[in-house]
Design a protein around this ligand. Sequence first.
Ligand SMILES: [Zn+2]
Length: 298
Amino acid sequence: MVHHTNCPLCSSGDLTFHLTCSDHFLTGEPFDLYRCSSCNFVFTQDHPGEKEAVRYYDSQDYISHDDSAKGFPTALYRMVRRVMLAGKRRLIIRLTGKTTGDLLDIGAGSGHFAGAMKQAGWNVTGIEPGKKAAAHASSQFGIRMIDPAQMPDLTDRSFDCVTLWHVLEHLHDPFTYASEILRVLRPGGKCIIALPDSSSHDAGYYREHWAAYDVPRHLWHFTPGTLKSFAEKSGFYMSGKRSLPFDVFYISYLSEKYRGANLPLLSGFLKGVWFSVISFLSKKGSSSMICILQGRSA
Ligand SMILES: [Zn+2]
């Protein structure tokens, strides 16, 4: 169990209780979220250490890492994933200004995104701690996969782009990763981070049932403001921010399920539409955001 007596982001000792969430997805165990009064960073308090955390990923349903899950919501998720993969590929090309290049995908899972980029002509390396998922990425998509412990072996300034799709919030040592990313990026290279926005309308509405808190797998609950601080403390600056339009539907569906709704798919969809509309009108994000980071010296 990891107990934080100081803010993991700004080191302030002024921490206050924020919310108690449950592991709705797997164990049902409660976990407290704490907030730093100084910088507003929200994090999971008393979370499992890196070795203990493995058992919280042990489920056939954890579709980020497992490709054999069944059922209509999963089929729907996969259909949306195909559309999103095409969108992510276009985004990488637009942000880097390159149609091909060297890409490092951290937390590559089963390799669907890495595979799509490889197919588009990119030279892709994937980092994934899950052995089964890494083997799938390698055999199915022919991706060069490495273990997180091998990241220091990567050559300095060898990537045009580093991506973390819903990964940063899982990392036990995000600052170590950030300094490694800074090291391997070429001058002008982009680091693209997709992650939940805990200041979104849906997070405020669902509170302890908000599926994107996903305790204890999610350790850090960033907002645009705290992600910007994290970037700056790590030698980056945030050069842009976008929203991920589909995530709100999936998160709302899961959140409706967690709060015991009778028709979670329908109510999740309707709430997803509603959150999308108010996010658009208020210019505030919904569910998830994409932050674009660049090295300060680049
Ligand atoms: Zn703080």
